[in-house]
Every structure is written in C-alpha cells, then in structure tokens.
Design a protein around this ligand. Structure first.
Ligand code: SF4
Ligand code: ZN
Ligand code: ZN
Length: 302
C-alpha cells in the first residue's frame, strides 16, 4: 500500500483520520502540526528567545528537535534548560541523555537544581512531608517555579514544554476530579504576559510522539521516575487510552471541550494579580504556592 502523500510504502495509519503515511511523511506531519499549533495561538514571535524545558523524556527531546528545525526558518532562537529535582538514579541518566542530544543539535543547555533554588532536593522534601500530598504535586509546584527561574536567568521570552494532548487531557480530568476548577482556567494557551508558557505538542497524541521519537532515533530514558505511579494520573491515562481504542478520535473531541471550559472558567474567575510577600513572585494570594509548600516542609524539619 502506498502513502497518501507520496509513492513510498505506508508505515503508519492515523486511526482517527484514516490517513496512511510513510515514515518521512509521518515525521513531516508532526512538524507541520506543531507549526500550525504555534501559529494558531501565536505562541512564538519573531526574534524571541524560547527556553525549551527538556527533561530527557521522549516528548521534550522530540520538541527540542522539532522546534530547533523550526527556529532557523522562522527567526526565533532557542536554548534548552533542564531541572534537576534530585531524584537519585532517575535524573542522572536523563541529564546525560539531554547533554548529549543538545550538543548533537548544537543547542546551548543549562541545568538548574531544586537544591540550589529551594535548599532541598525532591527526595529531601518528600521525607519532610507529613500529609498525603502526592510527590508529583509537590514536584510540579517546585518545577514550575524552577523553570520560570531558569527562563528568566537566560533572558527568555517564552517557555516551551513537551506536554502532549494526552498530558493536557489527564491534567484536565485530575483537576475536575479533585475539584480544583480554578486550575482549569490556566489551561487555555497562554498568549499574554511577559514570560509566556507554551505547549507546542498540545494537539498531538502521545502515541504519535512515541512513534516519532522511535523512527527519528531520539534516545529514550529507560529508568522511570520512582514516584510516577503514586497519583491518579496513570489510571486516567489507561482509562483515556481504552476509550480511544474503542472510540477513535475521542481524545480530540475532549480537547475541544477542554479549550472551551478553560476559556469559560478563565473569563469568569479573573483574579487580581499581586506579589507574594515572601518571594516577590507574581501570584493571586498574599503567599504563593511555592512559598506555602516550602514553608510547610521546613516547618516539619526537626
Ligand atoms: Fe516529579 Fe512526579 Fe515527574 Fe517524578 S513523576 S519527576 S515526582 S512530577
Ligand atoms: Zn509519504
Ligand atoms: Zn512566594
């Protein structure tokens, strides 16, 4: 069978659209789809510096490759930043992979650690927690701040992360299930502000990025994070995958709902931004979430 776009042999069938593509056309389709998402939401402007947050997982390395190819043609610059949470055995492997991949592409790369920024590694923070807050919830709050810091440090205008369509849907359902509707308002693409956060892969299925990484020889981190199965995310991932298996395209439809719901929540709950009285960062209450987490943990220190 031949590819829908050229004379090559078909390697991939896109179930939700019925498209049949060869290896080259599949890779081009991922790059094109990413470019369309970037331009639809005006994610990157001319001459801007984009900080690409690269963890060492397939999504962020694939993003670095796609966005690096795009940067030269579309007149913007990129630099890679990696956050070292301090998870022994896991992050060390990732750091090696990222370093090598960045030097292969010729992309400048910096590493920022929780230890330097918050005076504790993630493992030290988790030892201090007394309640049932999940590891990923603490880690996510700290990582967001660490990436902001890294981006400001390199003078970036935009932060690009490798979150894919599945990640966005999972986060949406987690927020719904935990009753955290305010966070849903932050989920629509960020088009304002001095340091924008963008997710250029937000309309691409995770399974397609796995395939893209595989056929483009993007290195894979073999060691999973030891904390990854503590939260509800893995169960939601399996639930969505099983739905998609039986009802092809359901993830795309849910994504459209996420956009609409998130816009509605955003416009109904615009809170006045203020500055955290402890660290000075922008937030919506007197003490930001990072300072609350850190002071809670330090208060548990003996
Ligand atoms: Fe952090 Fe959770 Fe990701 Fe591990 S799986 S790096 S704890 S957010
Ligand atoms: Zn083709
Ligand atoms: Zn603060």
């Amino acid at each position: 069978m031949t590819c829908d776009r050229c004379e090559n042999i078909v390697a991939y069938t896109r179930r939700y659209s019925g498209e049949k593509l060869c290896l080259q056309c599949f890779s081009k389709s991922i790059a094109r789809k990413t470019a369309k998402t970037i331009s639809r939401y005006n994610m990157i402007k001319r001459n801007e510096l984009v900080a690409v947050a690269v963890s060492g997982g397939k999504d962020s390395l694939a993003l670095l490759k796609v966005i690096d190819e795009m940067a030269s043609v579309h007149s913007f610059r990129i630099k890679a930043v990696t956050i070292d949470e301090g998870i022994p055995g896991y992050r060390d492997e990732a750091l090696g992979i990222v370093e090598e991949f960045c030097s292969k592409l010729g992309v400048e790369h910096g590493v920022y650690s929780y230890k330097d920024l918050f005076e504790m590694t993630l493992d030290e923070a988790l030892d201090l927690r007394e309640n049932k807050t999940s590891s990923c919830s603490i880690c996510g709050t700290l990582r967001r701040r660490a990436i902001d810091h890294a981006a400001r440090d390199i003078g970036a205008d935009v932060i690009a992360t490798g979150h894919n369509l599945d990640d966005v849907l999972q986060t949406f359902l987690i927020n719904m299930l935990s009753g955290d509707t305010a966070k849903i308002g932050w989920m629509s693409p960020d088009t304002t502000g001095t340091l924008r956060r963008i997710k250029p892969f937000c309309e691409i299925y995770e399974s397609e990025l796995v395939y893209y990484a595989f056929i483009n020889d993007i290195p894979f981190q073999s060691e999973p994070c030891p904390h990854m199965n503590e939260g509800i995310r893995t169960e939601i991932r399996e639930f969505l995958n099983s739905l998609e298996g039986r009802h092809s395209g359901v993830k795309n439809s849910l994504y459209q709902s996420v956009l609409r719901v998130s816009q509605a929540v955003k416009s109904s709950s615009i809170k006045q931004k203020t500055r955290c009285k402890r660290c000075g960062n922008e937030c919506t209450s007197s003490v930001c979430s990072v300072c609350s987490v850190i002071s809670g943990l330090k208060g548990n220190q003996t």
